[in-house]
Ligand binder design. Structure first.
Ligand SMILES: [Zn+2]
Length: 124
């Protein structure tokens, strides 16, 4: 990062030059609390975008494990009602009977993903 002789540096958000706090010892990247908040928001956004696939894998893995545990002690419809089926109401009893609990959970997940993303692409 560019610095001048007096230790001033440009804010990484608004690009205005500012005098960093000496106690920050060169770590300060922004001029104000508002810019610091914006920098934090952008860093979180990047991190979330990078880890999106991991989050989805973790979510589905947990959901499958939970469904399998509940399925051993309850009926299929009890499991689905415990999981509180969201948007697309699917004939889960039939799907579970034909494919088993884990594929049924995956089908439910994929259906909700398709609907969610369809909604995003439709909006202007
Ligand atoms: Zn700034």
């Amino acid at each position: 990062m560019a610095k001048n002789s007096r230790g001033k540096r440009p804010c990484s958000i608004c690009r205005k030059w500012f005098q960093p706090d000496v106690r920050q010892k060169g770590r300060q990247k922004t001029c104000s609390p508002a810019c610091r908040k914006e920098l934090h928001r952008r860093q979180c956004e990047n991190l979330n975008r990078k880890n999106k696939a991991d989050y989805k894998n973790n979510y589905l893995t947990k959901k499958l494990e939970k469904a399998e545990i509940e399925f051993t002690s309850n009926s299929a419809s009890a499991v689905i009602s415990l999981q509180r089926q969201t948007k697309p109401v699917l004939p889960m009893d039939v799907i579970v009977a034909e494919y088993g609990i884990k594929p049924a959970v995956i089908i439910q997940y994929l259906a909700s993903q398709i609907i969610t993303h369809g909604r995003i692409y439709k909006s202007p």
